[in-house]
Design a binder for this molecule. Sequence first.
Ligand code: 1GP
Length: 253
Amino acid sequence: MNIYQELLEAKRQGYKKFAVLVDPDKMRLKEFDRVLEESIKHQVDYMLIGGSLIVNNMLDTVLSSFKERCDIPLILFPGNSFQLSYKADGILFLSLISGRNAELLIGKHVITAPFLKMSPLEIISTGYMLIDGGVATTVSYMSNTSPIPADKNDIALCTAVAGELLGLKMIYLEAGSGAKIPVSTEMIKTVSAGINIPLIVGGGISSPDQVRANAEAGADLIVVGDAIEKNPNLIGEMVAAVKSVASSKISAQ
Ligand code: 1GP
């Protein structure tokens, strides 16, 4: 089963998934090891690999080293068109649908299309939506777009529905790495109730309780990077939080 089919099947059955985000710019090799060990031990569902810049040319090294040591699917989460590698399993082909920057809606996609068409990567088109996280984030600055205000659930909903109607396969609600205020559970509830495709949520999530609340609100895949970089021991508790939501749903049926 490919990554997307697996996500659809999990959504159908009420299982939630958890991904660790690794930014090759931010970590040293020793820290990668620790995050990887914990991810393997606690059976993290996916590793997302990417960052806004990637200035240190570590992408291929990180991917190869992960590939050698685990079979967790590796998904590229590219901050720009240079962050491409055949060494991953899949890629979130992101269109920044909350913004009005044509380059990030379709321009970069035209440039990378020939590479991706020939690649063995599983390509998962994803409507990427920046939500105001209470602090100016790298992604907002780099993309030259303003985020959707945190309390405008209706705008988020209409944007996500438009993305689904355009044929995008997933929606990603993103408060930005290290956001002060993560995406609210109200917004997650509103958006997840309005779409049928998997919903990813990330940005500023720092505790297992927040992970659980997001899963209960309707997130299908929860992404955590910053908090795990600071404390890889959180991985086990966060995975348990995600799994507890699925099992409580199933035992309630
Ligand atoms: C960022 O959504 C991801 O693109 C994860 O954010 O690093 O704040 O966990 P954090």
